[in-house]
Design a binder for this molecule. Structure first.
Ligand SMILES: [Fe+2]
Ligand SMILES: [Fe+2]
Length: 150
């Protein structure tokens, strides 16, 4: 059974740019709803890989960028903006991944460690208590069978 924090791996990036946009929007929508940091980390990692592959596809010779640039009305300013966006989005994704990981390994990990230690302490306390009670019952039982002789 998968861990509640696991995120199913996405299939390989779809072939067409519009299918890739849909797949990216789905991961983005899951990320927007995610509140569990471990899920956020997994989704960011997934998004990082998808974006990298998607940008390579858009920027390849003959790809979307070329198609826009060589159209009847090339939009050079918009193309420059798209390329700047690509690099900025890659950087922002990496920053979000790093910040998420630092949070998981920092306060979240400390809180989880404290909670696990508390659980260990409670379990061993209850075990000691039960053993003491059983020993007391056994002692009572032995004392009861050793009635003084008349
Ligand atoms: Fe795109
Ligand atoms: Fe793009």
């Amino acid at each position: 059974m998968p861990s509640p924090h696991s995120v199913e791996p996405e299939p390989a990036l779809p072939a067409t740019v519009s299918e890739q946009h849909r797949a990216i929007r789905e991961v983005v929508a899951r990320l927007q709803r995610a509140t569990d940091l471990l899920v956020v980390a997994a989704l960011l990692q997934e998004l990082d890989g998808m974006l990298r592959a998607h940008f390579i596809e858009e920027e390849r010779p003959g790809g979307l960028i070329d198609a826009i640039g060589s159209s009847a009305a090339p939009q050079h300013r918009e193309l420059a903006r798209i390329m700047v966006d690509h690099r900025a989005l890659e950087v922002s994704t990496k920053q979000a991944m790093r910040a998420t990981q630092e949070c998981i390994e920092g306060p979240v990990e400390q809180v989880l460690r404290l909670a696990r230690r508390l659980c260990d302490e409670i379990v061993s306390h209850e075990q000691r208590e039960t053993q003491a009670a059983l020993a007391a019952i056994a002692a009572e039982s032995v004392a009861g069978t050793e009635a003084p002789e008349a």
